[in-house]
Design a protein around this ligand. Structure first.
Ligand code: ADP
Length: 551
């Protein structure tokens, strides 16, 4: 994730770049001031407190998000916004020195918070659990800690009845809550590369409508507190679903919407938390919202952690398969070059000797030379056969194993890929299959190759399905992999198993050739056919040590 560094590297800038960056800086600063002012206004309007202590103060969170994303150059705008709010909402005005102190403390808290987010490698996508923890600590200690001190100080200076110590913690809770609600949503939407919404629109619409519906009902004042209170918890499962199914931008925005409705309602004196007095309602509503936000963020982070572990696993699998093929290819070519060198040299020298003998009409010697040529050509062919057998490796230990124990681990291995590609798999292992004696790794490699090819073939279909089945043929076990993809073009059927025969971009054309060699090394056969109603079927047999009478 690359975000513009906090202190951009100094390099000579052209005039156009200067102008562009000045426009960008101005527009971002204006956006920050407007948002800061709007949520400040909102904080003051929806407050049940006679002295105007807001229930929640999201302004600090906005300042933190902007400074984290766009650098310390946002701090002057933050200072202006804070001064604007102070000037607007302190009735009798605040002495200049105190006002400057409040502005400075807010700027320092936010600047320190943005520095800490960077310093501790916070990811705006909430990719790991530690990102949630970093935001929470930075919010609690730096940003909200200092901003709340500034807020409480402002209160104590302007309202005689309030002491700094009475209001500090109320300001801190309001600040931290506001930060938890707005910062994740702002950062997730504004961070570069964060706009890919890959999950289904119907799910997003349904969740948004349900959350707005439930919250609006709970904070409408229409329900008795006894009913509204338990119903206020109904947002939890919906947010959990969003965290598990939707991108972080959506989850964070939904939490913000729920928070905005709950806080506006309570500020207006509606809903289950309104009647219990400021301190109580502030605590209980904010505690509920804080838990909601943490649940959403923690679940989203855990999901991201799991998905990236799966992606790493897939990558590892791919690397392994590729490395296997390449090393086989490397070994094969190295031994081929080495082993074939000698018979090929002999072939050329006997061929030119034959030409000379023919020109001189020395037919007796010519016959000998041709015989040598023939036997060297056979030697070369034998060498190729041997190298091929060596390349598929006869060495792995063979064990007696139930077919299910061979197939199941492969399906487990490919399960994340099957799910990611939305391919269904139908497994039919028949009844009482006999054990087979094989080198499990090699047969698993064959299965992985066939299943991967089948996945590639059905990938573009919405109803892609692969069927894997095993049958006892008496003398052999037969395993088939069938798919409902486009099938193999007729003109390719004859060369399908040749090395390097590939018709897909990025293919190596080695999977089927190696698979056939591996099956043949076990004494079986691998064949492919097209199905009449579309799709391909790959079928391979593995001989049973003690042929089974049943079929
Ligand atoms: P690769 O997959 O690297 O191309 P393979 O030897 O495994 O190499 O496959 C060779 C070719 O056979 C593929 O490029 C593909 O065109 C074709 N093929 C394999 N399996 C199928 C299948 N199930 N359906 C259609 N074509 C297939």
């Amino acid at each position: 994730m690359s975000i513009a560094p906090l202190s951009p590297l100094r390099r000579p800038m052209h005039r156009v770049e200067h102008a562009e960056s000045a426009v960008l800086l101005t527009s971002r600063s204006l956006m920050l001031i407007a948002l800061y002012y709007a949520v400040g206004l909102w904080g003051y309007v929806f407050t049940p407190d006679p002295y105007g202590i807001p229930l929640v103060w999201p302004a600090t969170g906005i300042g933190l998000a902007f400074t984290y994303l766009y650098g310390y150059r946002m701090l002057p705008a933050l200072g202006i916004a804070t001064a604007l709010i102070l000037w607007q909402f302190t009735d009798d005005g605040m002495p200049l020195a105190e006002a400057a102190g409040v502005v400075l403390a807010t700027m320092t808290g936010v600047g320190l918070g943005a520095w800490a987010l960077r310093r501790f490698g916070f990811s705006p996508r909430f990719e790991r659990l530690r990102d949630v923890l970093i935001l929470l600590l930075v919010g609690a200690l730096a940003a909200s800690g200092l901003a709340a001190t500034a807020g409480a100080w402002a209160m104590a200076v302007t309202v005689e009845e309030l002491s700094f110590s009475d209001t500090w913690w109320l300001c801190w809770v309001a600040d931290l809550m506001g930060l938890l609600l707005v910062t994740p949503a702002l950062i997730a939407w504004l961070a570069p590369g964060g706009r890919h919404l890959d999950s289904g629109l119907p799910m997003i619409v349904l969740l948004t409508a349900s959350l707005i519906g439930v919250s609006a009902l709970v904070y409408s004042g229409l329900l008795e507190t006894g009913l509204a209170m338990p119903l206020s918890y109904a947002v939890f499962p919906l947010i959990m679903l969003a965290a598990l199914r939707c991108p972080i931008q959506i989850t964070a925005s939904l939490m913000l919407i729920v928070g905005a409705i709950a806080l506006s309602g309570t500020g207006w004196g509606l809903g289950p938390f309104a009647d219990v007095g400021l301190e109580q309602s502030l605590l209980s509503l904010n505690a509920q919202l804080a838990l909601l936000v943490l649940t959403g963020l923690v679940l989203a982070a855990l999901r991201n952690e799991r998905e990236s572990a799966e992606a790493r696993g897939r990558q590892h699998l791919d690397d392994l398969a590729r490395a296997g093929r390449l090393s086989t290819l490397g070994e094969l070519s190295a031994s081929l070059a080495h082993e074939l060198n000698q018979p090929l040299c002999a072939l050329t020298s006997y061929a030119s000797a034959s030409r000379r003998l023919l020109e001189r009409q020395r037919f007796e010697e010519l016959r000998d030379a041709l015989a040598q040529l023939d036997s060297n050509a056979h030697r070369a062919a034998d060498t190729i056969r041997q190298v091929r057998a060596a390349a598929v490796g006869k060495t792995p230990r063979e064990v007696a194993i139930a077919p299910g124990d061979l197939i199941t681990p492969v399906l487990d291995l490919l399960d994340p890929e099957l799910r990611r590609r939305r391919v269904r798999i139908d497994v039919d292992l028949g009844r009482s299959l006999p054990r087979i004696v094989v080198a499990p790794v090699q047969i698993e490699q064959v299965l992985v190759n066939l299943l991967r090819n089948a996945m590639d073939a059905v990938e573009t279909r919405l109803d892609g399905i692969i069927r894997i089945s095993a049958r006892n043929l008496g003398a052999a076990l037969e395993i088939t992999v069938t798919d409902n993809g486009p099938g193999i073009p007729e003109e390719h059927l004859a060369t399908l198993f040749d090395p390097f025969a590939t018709w897909k971009s990025g293919g190596t054309g080695l999977g089927l050739s190696i698979s056939r060699s591996l099956v043949e090394a076990h004494g079986g056969q691998l064949t492919a056919t097209n199905l009449e109603d579309g799709g391909a079927r790959f079928r391979f047999t593995l001989p049973l040590e003690v042929p089974d009478a049943r079929s």
